[in-house]
Design a protein around this ligand. Sequence first.
Ligand code: G1P
Length: 305
Amino acid sequence: MTHIKTAVFPVAGLGSRFLPITKAVPKEMLPLIDRPLISYAVEEAKSAGIEQLIFVSSPDKPMIEQYFQTNVKLENHLFQNRKTSKLRQVQLATLPDPFYKFVYQTSPRGLGHAVWTAREYLRDEPFAVILVDDFIHAKKPCLAQMIERHAFTGGNMVATMDVGPQEISAYGCLDYTEIEGNCLKASGMVEKPTPETAPSTQAVIGRYILQPSVLDELAKTKPGAGGEIQLTDAIAADCKNQQLWGLQFEGQRYDCGSKIGYLDAIMALALERADTAVAFRKVLQRQTQQNQNSRVRAAIAFGVY
Ligand code: G1P
């Protein structure tokens, strides 16, 4: 069984769907209640046994690095004021130095290029890639599910879910030939196909376990969909060297790269967390009631009733 030690987090993107906030706050730092999106992805990697985190960031996003560094002034303040549990939370958010590295993608040239930028740390072993936008809430973390399965399949592996024909053109799409339980044996992948040309409705969600041979393919990959160097194209090209698998993971995925997906994730967490669930349920009930009342008022004003 190959132990997957390294995970790459491509976090250099502009976050244009969340402008203007992303003018100053990286989208990976947007909060799901009181923790930034990126910290959920980091926790997922840690709980899957990952030992080295490589962030492919941009020099314009120093806030991400700051979040993982020790804040001596804040820690001293919390310590002196005996705020032990707050201090613990702050310390847990800090990553030990040897555990992570930052590399920089100076221009946004696509996901494939971001992974390629991390190549010096990817040695000769399979590695994971985690897209922070895809928040996956699951009993067993998605990456752990994949690593467990990958121990038997080897090759390249992507997380997938069925999104139906209307949505598939927003994703990488798996071209699969066989189904073995929740594992799909694939012969290729296509980035953002039209519904008419899509080989399936299985969308690639942002978790990958990749062989170093994908890096050799990335070195040769020309810009593809959207004019960007696509990771999908390199994985597809690597099918001549490696078997490709799609794992239909268990869990709920939230597309936190979209406003609705982001709100959905916050609500799901707020309804679940012990410190927010009861009060937030009341807030939701009030909001729903107010919303219904104003719809009825509007309908009356327009003479619908
Ligand atoms: C990226 C990948 C795509 C994948 C998607 C999952 O696309 O290129 O293959 O399906 O993430 O979220 P993006 O959302 O960056 O356009």
